[in-house]
Design a protein around this ligand. Structure first.
Ligand SMILES: C[S@@+](CC[C@H](N)C(=O)[O-])C[C@H]1O[C@@H](n2cnc3c(N)ncnc32)[C@H](O)[C@@H]1O
Length: 222
């Protein structure tokens, strides 16, 4: 039953199996998740968190750019998975939420690795000059399409672009749906660009809320 906002895209029974089988958050990640659940702060679904850990361990990026810090869970997760051998710039729109992220990063002892930038992803990405080995897109779904050219400029060749929430609780199947119509259409266009324009090689993974894993192709192969 896809497309209902309260359903998981792989079905509730399968999700339960995954969660019962995968290791749970531990240490500060568990503390942050428990607090976020109590206070209603959004963060990465737990099965997606385990997937992201594997991706960063495989890619071993030295520089990561993240859109959507929230309270710092995913930045801390990526930094811990890489045993601190990474620099992460992460962008959060909401000043108070960014302050909570900074507090969590400090408590995790990772202030040297994680730099929280307060601002809108489009503005911040437009003004960044350095390049990155990996970008993790996890801010408002409505802006993924607009920010894609900046991601392409900021990513190194063979850099990894990981985009969360791309199947939008199954609503990606319903482009004519009245509620969220613009977000759904933008997301379909975003996925079409990632999959079919030749700039990226992409796989779509129906885990959590849907994850697109894309590698930026080397220029001569585009
Ligand atoms: C799904 S949460 C991010 C979860 C986080 N990556 C984690 O797993 O710990 C999305 C966050 O993006 C922020 N956000 C929304 N629109 C944004 C924008 N245009 N630029 C930067 N952050 C934005 C929201 O305030 C929210 O904290």
């Amino acid at each position: 039953m896809l497309g209902r906002e309260d359903d998981h895209i792989i079905g509730n029974r399968m999700r339960e199996y995954l969660l019962n089988t995968l290791p749970e958050d531990a240490g500060i990640l568990k503390t942050i998740r428990d607090k976020a659940n109590q206070e209603g702060n959004p963060l990465l679904m737990e099965e997606t968190a385990r997937f992201l850990e594997i991706l960063v361990k495989l890619k071993k990026p030295e520089r990561i750019l993240e859109a959507g810090t929230a309270i710092g869970y995913s930045s801390i997760l990526m930094c811990q998975a890489l045993e601190g051998r990474v620099h992460i710039d992460t962008v959060e729109l909401d000043f108070d939420v960014a302050s909570m992220a900074n507090q969590n990063v400090k408590e995790a002892g990772l202030s040297d690795c994680i730099h929280v930038i307060v601002g809108d992803t489009i503005d911040v990405f437009s003004n960044l000059q350095g390049t990155y080995d990996m970008i993790f897109m996890d801010a408002a779904k409505s802006m993924y399409l607009e920010v894609l050219p900046h991601c392409t400029r900021l990513l190194n060749d063979e850099g990894l672009l990981v985009s969360d929430n791309v199947l939008f609780k199954g609503m990606i199947l319903e482009p004519e749906r009245k509620k969220h119509r613009t977000i759904i259409r933008n997301m379909r266009e975003y996925l079409d660009s990632l999959c079919n324009e030749g700039t990226y090689s992409t796989s779509l993974i129906p885990i959590g809320d849907g994850v697109a894993v894309s590698i930026k192709n080397i220029k001569e192969n585009r």
